[in-house]
Design a protein around this ligand. Structure first.
Ligand SMILES: *Cc1c(COP(=O)(O)O)cnc(C)c1O
Length: 398
């Protein structure tokens, strides 16, 4: 006899993060199983016919469904207050699949200018190739969003907080603009995760993730996900099933376990980043610190309203230019020089020559990416060790 299961609708987010979506085989394993198989076996030919025709529920092939991937999708969707979720092979695959599901030739997508670099390329170079118009607007300029909407606008797409300046978009106001135009608002919620921000509660239609970042949290696996209303997720699922950017069961298993510790990690990342930001503000060699947790940040009040924490990414300018910024980066011994973020290990990077290196100097200036800007994704090390690591570089350029 098996115990009755609690109703997920009655459970709080922290409980869902640990318990939701898990299922148990006849072996009775406690930790979620990793079902590492490409296909599933049918009892007889008639079952095969019905399963393949989707007239009988059940697994067929891991590009369609896989129990471990399903468990991750269900858990993430419940944590984000969404009806359904779909996992993809990477964050970019989540964005691509969303575009493929909802855009066709002749449509228009309005996107924030301050967006993940590959997202710009995906829209500007590839989606545009299929006759979809793409316009970029400054993230926090509501008038520019309003003015940018066209009759054929189907999607508004943004990322908040932005990378690396921590600008904050007003999700509710942008949802209103999208809905007035009969378009969907899609929010890349990678920086906050459902622990710190729930875009759907603020009016967004879809929320998507690079699970590669905080959801894994330890830099091991690539993955992505989209959550939202079931009908919308089914549209995306149709693309993923037929076209192939499905999540590997192994990666889903890593992310499923990642969700269990996500809240404590996000709180620790936020606390470390806040302490580092406040310390950086006091350094004479530092000009400006960009972190929404600081009262001096222009997005602070809005972040306070729509987020329950400020996450772990901050950036700052040092006195001087590229040479000084590079010297600070090269003087670190502990921090990893890598573009990745959302890892237990702190990372440091020079945006102007890496993540934003593709932009022209004018585009960089418009986006506020100065040559003396440094980005840190604050990890889970002791913040005093991170400070000591930076001080070496600060002393070198003083
Ligand atoms: C990393 C990242 C992506 C892309 O995710 P991948 O898993 O690397 O494909 C998309 N959006 C944001 C905000 C990211 O940081």
């Amino acid at each position: 006899m098996s115990k009755d299961k609690p109703d997920n609708n009655s459970l709080k987010q922290d409980t869902l993060a640990v318990r939701a979506g898990s299922y148990r085989s006849a072996e009775g394993e406690h930790s979620e199983s990793l079902i590492l198989t490409s296909s599933f076996v049918f009892d007889d030919a008639a079952t095969a016919e019905q399963r393949m025709a989707l007239s009988q529920p059940g697994n067929v092939y891991s590009r369609y469904t896989n129990p471990t991937v399903r468990a991750f999708e269900e858990r993430l969707a419940l944590m984000e207050g969404a009806e359904a979720g779909i996992a993809t092979s990477s964050g970019m695959a989540a964005i691509l699949s969303t575009c493929m599901a909802f855009l066709q030739a002749g449509d228009h997508i309005l996107c924030s200018r301050d967006i993940f670099g590959s997202t710009t390329v995906l829209l500007d170079k590839f989606i545009a190739k299929f006759g979809v118009e793409v316009t970029f607007v400054p993230l926090t300029d509501l008038q520019a969003w309003k003015d940018g909407v066209q009759e054929n606008t189907r999607l508004l797409f943004l990322e908040t907080p932005s990378n690396p300046l921590n600008e904050i978009a007003d999700i509710r106001a942008l949802a209103d603009i999208a809905h007035a135009a009969n378009a969907r608002l899609v929010v890349d919620n990678c920086f906050c995760t459902p622990v710190l921000q729930k875009p759907l509660e603020l009016g967004a239609d879809l929320s998507l993730h690079s699970a590669t970042k905080y959801i894994d949290g330890q830099g091991r696996a690539l993955g992505g996900a989209v959550v939202g209303p079931k009908d919308d997720i089914d549209e995306i699922l149709g693309f993923v099933r037929s076209c192939g950017p499905a999540m590997s069961p192994f990666n889903a298993w890593i992310f499923l376990k990642g969700l269990e510790t996500l809240k404590v990690r996000m709180q620790a990342h936020s606390a470390n980043a806040q302490a580092l930001a406040e310390w950086l503000q006091q350094q004479d060699i530092v000009e400006t610190v960009f972190y929404a947790g600081l009262e001096s940040h222009p997005g602070h009040d809005l972040a306070l309203k729509q987020q329950s924490g400020y996450s772990g990414v901050l950036s700052f300018t040092v006195k001087g230019g590229k040479e000084e910024a590079w010297k600070v980066i090269d003087s670190t011994q502990l921090l990893s020089i890598t573009a990745n973020l959302g890892d237990a290990k702190s990372t440091i990077i020079h945006p102007a020559t890496t993540t934003h290196g593709r932009l022209t100097p004018e585009q960089r200036a418009a986006a506020g990416i100065a040559d003396n800007l440094i980005r840190i994704s604050v990890g889970l090390e002791d913040v005093e060790d991170i400070q000591a690591d930076l001080l070496r570089g600060f002393d070198a350029i003083r």
